[in-house]
Design a protein around this ligand. Structure first.
Ligand code: NAD
Ligand code: IPM
Ligand code: MN
Length: 358
């Protein structure tokens, strides 16, 4: 039996996770999966209940689970509370405590959504790139950090830091995954200015020696941001640090039509993982039943592929998503003229039905 922990979180988190669970139930039925589900509070919801965005009981359940399906956390309600208690810190602690250093963010444009992208169809058609983001290091976790008094004013500071071993292990993940795709890795850095990424470039170049079939290139992050909207199909796998990966993956999301289309997997050394959409809790649309659940549903597909080693189930979920897009169903964020606008729940139910039908 596989144990899956559901962490709905805040804002649209519970709404989209509910639809992913609906799809999971359909997958269980069709494939006769043996799955036990548990749920726990995280983020602002957990702070409200327990005064902690990652209560010990939630972390214990996360450690015991085979895989975690995560919604999203955060919102204006908690933006001004003590920094260590904020929802985002709960998510960061969860990633760090579980050693989830490898964050895979695939940006794939479904042909049905070519018109929903803000870029011209010819620029994005057939797009299939994978951003490999280092997730437990860099400026997100570096010490020292804080806000201090200096010369009568406040000074904010953070530290961007990566050890060679941290750089090497994420580079290896990128090379391995590129080997299953188009054998190209572009390492994104700011080596012309930041020592930490100068070393990154050196270590990634050295790590590439074990992967002679992989074509490695390097790009500065400012250029990469530009190239992603100029000619995104030049990329296969992009490997980069925590902060650059965060920013570039939101940018890549828009190439696929909407941030609501970008799933992710965060894996440890043993491919135990946490699966979540790349977007946040979308406070501006929370509670309206209009959020796009597909990023979360496709995160479930990644869970099946990586943690449960059920590539067949993952493929079936992806096919169900495509079927529903073929039927013309669209949530508001991917709606274009001539398609049918549906709610979060209608979208989830349609994918679950398509999956059940096979
Ligand atoms: P966001 O991703 O929540 O929203 C950005 C924009 O995208 C909004 O207009 C939102 O309505 C839209 N959007 C996002 N997901 C959508 C979906 N599934 N369907 C349709 N539209 C969608 O980013 P933000 O507004 O910068 O952040 C809001 C909160 O979420 C903050 O508290 C932030 O810290 C948090 N956040 C959490 C995560 C996470 O849980 N992993 C990720 C990013 C941001
Ligand atoms: C993401 C989010 C998080 C991050 C925040 C909420 C901590 O933006 O998952 O992309 O910056 O990693
Ligand atoms: Mn982000």
């Amino acid at each position: 039996m596989s144990h899956i922990l559901i962490l709905p979180g805040d804002g649209i988190g519970p709404e989209i996770v509910q639809e992913a669970v609906r799809v999971l139930r359909a997958a269980e039925q069709r494939f006769g999966l043996d799955i036990s589900l548990d749920e726990a509070p995280v983020g602002g919801a957990a702070y409200d209940l327990h005064g902690d965005p990652l209560p010990e009981s939630t972390l214990d359940k996360a450690r015991a689970a085979d895989a975690i399906l995560f919604g999203s956390i955060g919102g204006p309600k908690w933006d001004t509370i003590e920094r260590d208690k904020r929802p985002e810190r709960g998510l960061l602690r969860l990633r760090s405590s579980l050693g989830l250093f490898a964050n895979l963010r695939p940006a794939i444009l479904f042909p049905q959504l070519a018109d929903a992208s803000s870029l011209k169809p010819e620029v994005v058609s057939g797009l299939d790139i994978l951003i490999v983001r280092e997730l437990t290091g860099g400026i997100y976790f570096g010490q020292p950090r804080g806000i201090r008094e200096e010369n009568g004013e406040r000074v904010g500071f953070n530290t961007d830091v990566y050890s060679e071993s941290e750089m090497r292990r994420i580079a290896k993940v990128a090379f391995e995954l590129a080997g299953q795709r188009n054998n190209k890795v572009c390492s994104v850095d700011k080596a012309n200015v930041l020592e930490v990424t100068e070393l990154w470039k050196e270590v990634v170049t050295d790590a590439a020696k074990d992967y002679p079939n992989i074509e490695l290139s390097h790009m500065y992050v400012d250029n990469a941001a530009m190239q992603l909207v100029r000619a995104p199909k030049q990329f296969d796998v992009i490997v980069t640090g925590n902060l650059f990966g965060d920013i570039l993956s939101d940018e890549a999301a828009m190439l696929t039509g909407s941030i609501g289309m970008l799933p992710s997997a965060s894996l440890d050394e043993n491919r135990k993982g946490l699966y979540e959409p790349c977007h946040g809790s979308a406070p501006d649309i929370a509670g309206q039943g209009i959020a796009n659940p597909l990023a979360t549903i496709m995160s479930l597909a990644m869970l099946m592929r990586y943690s449960l080693e059920r590539g067949d189930v993952a493929d079936a979920i992806q096919a169900a998503v495509e079927q529903v897009l073929d039927q013309g169903l669209r949530t508001a964020d991917i709606y274009t003229e001539g398609t049918r606008k549906v709610s979060t729940e209608e979208m989830g139910a349609a994918v679950a039905e398509a999956l059940a039908r096979g």
